[in-house]
Ligand binder design. Structure first.
Ligand code: ADP
Length: 300
């Protein structure tokens, strides 16, 4: 809480003076500590894919969104940054496990699959090694993945964020120029509470929240065609009207979404004609409309 926002608790001139000095010192600390936001060289739009909780389908959404964007005329101009340094999933989902090479300026070159430039902490540490890092190390890792990688030229960089609203999320949000965030949530209250916190965090650091992806809300039986709303049907819809942000897409649970992700062949690549893949294209379409490229870089 900023002291300036609290009425001075003391009336004598001497104590008032001490209070004013304290306020000024705190303001100096607060303003002095705000890092400067810098763009990532050669990248037109940066999109964060975030969630309040783990396991809600954030990485699956980030991967399929990136590939769908590539398919919409941004060939070789989409990147995917796995900022989930604690539990990187992008190496598995994108079927990549090489180590990135360095160029002559000691800058890492992203790995490429399905036409997407990818970078992940998972390429830099051994598989199955748990990452037990503390705040400052996490922030430094995030800086490496954003600044020490030759990302450009890119139309879109999709960032798979770690779940929650901790150091890594703040570091990223406060140090790079971000064009918009997408919140992925399942429809239960317990997930939506954290999705709300995530939205508030982005608003505090002046990042526009483009909308919500409601994931795994329903399941349709492949035998009888009965559709079951597994969690709550209206969960994200209520959050959307409460926070005045749109639902960009509602993605049901589908076995093939999971299987394709686990096998490293995301559904947008392996079953582009499926209903599920079409939903990710719908999401990519909304993202393009909400974040049009600078006029010189419109897809041909
Ligand atoms: P998070 O990044 O939020 O931790 P993941 O994207 O890793 O979540 O997804 C968690 C698990 O749920 C993965 O096994 C993934 O394949 C699966 N999954 C995600 N979305 C769906 C969906 N719509 N239908 C079926 N499985 C899904």
């Amino acid at each position: 809480m900023l002291l300036q926002k609290i009425a001075p608790p003391c009336q004598t001139p001497h104590l008032r003076r001490i209070w004013t000095d304290l306020c000024q010192e705190q303001m100096r600390k607060v303003t002095g500590n705000i890092p400067k936001k810098l763009p990532i060289p050669g990248v037109d739009k940066v999109i964060l894919v975030a969630s309040g909780k783990g396991g809600v389908g954030k990485s699956t959404t980030a991967v399929n969104l990136a590939i769908a964007l590539r398919g919409e005329g941004h060939s070789n101009r989409v990147g995917l940054l796995d900022a989930d340094v604690y539990g990187p999933s992008i190496p598995t989902m994108m079927n990549l496990d090489d180590s990135p090479e360095l160029n002559d300026q000691n800058v890492m070159l992203p790995l490429l699959n399905y036409g997407i430039k990818c970078m992940s902490m998972g390429f830099l540490v051994k598989k199955d090694n748990p990452i037990v890092w503390r705040g400052l190390m996490v922030m430094s890792a995030i800086q490496q993945l954003t600044r020490q990688v030759r990302w450009g030229p890119l139309d879109y960089l999709v960032v798979d964020m770690p779940p929650g609203t901790g150091d890594a999320q703040l570091s990223l949000s406060q140090t790079i120029v971000v064009d918009g965030a997408i919140i992925v949530s399942t429809p239960q209250d317990i997930a939506l509470i954290d999705a709300r916190k995530g939205t508030e965090m982005f608003r505090k650091v002046n990042i526009p929240v483009l909308g919500i992806v409601q994931n795994m809300s329903s399941f349709t039986c492949s035998n009888c065609g009965h559709r079951e709303d597994i969690f709550k049907r209206e969960g994200a819809r209520n959050l959307s009207s409460e926070l005045s942000i749109p639902i960009l897409v509602d993605i049901p649970i589908h076995r093939s979404i999971m299987e394709c992700a686990d096998q490293g062949h995301p559904i947008v690549v392996s079953k582009p004609e499926s209903e599920s893949a079409k939903l990710y294209y719908q999401l990519a379409d909304s993202v393009q409309k909400l974040l049009p490229l600078k006029a010189t870089q419109q897809p041909g």
